[in-house]
Design a protein around this ligand. Structure first.
Ligand code: NDP
Length: 455
């Protein structure tokens, strides 16, 4: 069996890769287990130094990795370069902080005993990753886990096998011991067997809630821990005192980053009555200015959608929303050109329970809701089964922070687009998943927090 990598901008096959067959999969798991037994005893300072070396390899080859991502999944090239830099940042970050995050904590307990909390690695961790940030999602997992002494097995999305192979090669080139980070080129139907394998100690998945549920069910039946970073339908709340120039400019970026294919993209724009007309007019005008085109062209703002089926799904969600009464302010027609392109689209007057109201729209489609006031805005923001990110725009920072605390979300930003940052925990509530990545919380997800009592 083989896996094809296809350029979504042209439909051309880039390369065909052999799938990892059952016996090779078993061998890789065995080697990962053996690698763990040694890796866990390597001093954390050495593991940290290797991560810093990995950041050098990333930066030295930025153009190569950026082009690989852009060709495989269509990300605009400038954003692909920024993604490589962010991967280098997360390697540097854990390269600097891992030991501090995992150091023993001496606890004042029984006066006759020394009581310590230690954080020890668990073993081989399976990472099931998506195509939308094909480098970042993987490094966000790998940097803290390799630093903690775990080893990683990557099952990457089937449309980015080249990225999967390149990431494995980066760790090897950097000098990480072989098998500390391994790629399995397998179909998602084969994941169940891997999760169930006794050598796997934990599973992390970033992707759709459907995939998350399937993985959690299998892992749960084997009592294995999972971290799930699933979709989102982030609200972007505009209050009457929002700084409008900055708000509109950021609203466009927040919706269109990665051609609209981001879990933390702003998807539902919730605007209070007083500034609704002004916001919609300016937002639509700005969205209309964005250039759709070849993602390798520096001028392109919106590249192709990553796969034809994802484009079909997005268009169906838009059509269904319009059939239910949603109004089209911009876009919404499929583009008459080669490749999986979709135009920037703005919908208004979207009825409750229409797809654009309740589902995740993974593409350059914004939905704008009109609400009477702040209270109604918060209610609308929370009226979703997702709870990943949320933002609020206001001139009053105290008010902004108060509203931020009322969002049912794992991330809440005031006057800034929702973004991931290695220094802050990242993850969601409700159907957006559970567990946290990044920061101190992220490195402590797959460790054994062990209480040691010495008397
Ligand atoms: P999926 O959730 O299907 O894919 C994400 C990863 O999970 C891939 O590696 C995929 O492998 C794997 N996977 C898929 N099904 C299963 C399963 N049953 N058990 C275990 N692993 C599985 O996302 P899609 O790429 O199909 O995108 C669909 C929608 O998901 C998007 O429109 C978007 O709404 C959401 N999504 C959210 C992301 C986020 O960042 N939170 C990222 C990507 C998608 P394979 O590729 O081989 O199927």
């Amino acid at each position: 069996m083989s896996i094809e990598s296809t350029n979504p901008a042209t439909g051309d096959v880039i390369e065909t890769y052999d799938e990892t067959d059952a016996s090779e999969r078993d061998e890789r798991l065995e080697r990962a287990q053996a690698a763990f037994e040694e890796w866990r005893d390597v001093p954390i300072e050495t593991r940290q130094r290797l991560l810093v070396d990995a950041s050098d390899v990333l930066r030295e080859n930025t153009e190569k990795y950026a082009e690989l991502m852009t060709r495989e999944m269509g990300k605009p090239i400038e954003q692909a370069r920024a993604e490589v830099e962010k991967c280098a940042w997360v390697c540097d970050y854990y390269g600097e902080h891992a030991a501090e995050f995992l150091q023993d904590e001496v606890v004042a307990g029984d006066p006759n005993a020394r009581t310590v909390v230690a954080h020890q690695p668990l073993g081989p961790i399976l990472a099931i990753m998506p195509w939308n940030f094909p480098f970042w999602q993987v490094f966000r997992f790998a940097a803290p886990n390799l630093a903690a002494g775990n080893v990683g097995l990557l099952k990457h999305a089937s449309n980015v096998p080249g990225c999967a192979r390149a990431i494995e090669a980066i760790f090897r080139e950097t000098g990480f011991p072989e098998d500390v980070f391994t790629t399995l080129l397998i179909d998602s139907s084969e994941i169940e067997a891997v999760i169930e394998d006794d050598r796997i100690q934990g599973v992390t998945l970033t992707g759709s809630d459907g995939a998350g549920r399937a993985v959690a069910e299998t892992a749960g039946s084997k009592l294995k821990k999972t971290v799930l970073e699933l979709g989102g339908s982030d609200p972007f709340v505009v209050l009457e005192d929002a700084p409008m120039d900055e708000t509109v400019e950021t609203a466009v970026q927040a919706r269109l980053l990665n051609s609209g294919q981001s879990c933390i993209a702003a998807k539902r724009f919730i605007v209070v009555e007083d500034v609704y007309e002004e916001f919609v007019d300016r937002f639509v005008a700005e969205m209309d200015e964005q250039t759709v085109g070849d993602p390798l062209d520096e001028e392109t703002d919106i590249g192709p959608q990553a796969r034809p089926d994802l484009l079909d799904q997005l268009h169906e969600q838009v059509q269904e929303t319009v059939e239910q009464g949603g109004e089209i302010r911009l876009g919404s027609e499929r583009m008459d050109r080669e490749g999986t392109f979709y135009p920037p689209t703005v919908l208004t007057a979207v009825p409750e329970n229409a797809p654009a109201d309740q589902e995740e729209l993974f593409g350059p489609v914004a939905t704008v809701f009109r609400v009477p006031d702040e209270e109604a805005a918060i209610e609308k923001a929370n009226d979703t089964r997702f709870g990943l990110g949320a933002s609020v725009w206001t001139d009053d920072l105290e008010r902004g922070e108060r509203v931020a605390r009322e969002f049912d979300s794992g991330l809440a930003f005031v006057n800034e687009l929702v973004k991931s940052d290695p220094r802050l925990p990242f993850g969601g509530v409700k159907d957006s998943g559970y567990g946290r990545e990044l920061a101190r919380d992220g490195i402590r997800e797959f460790v054994n927090t062990k209480a040691i009592w010495v008397q």
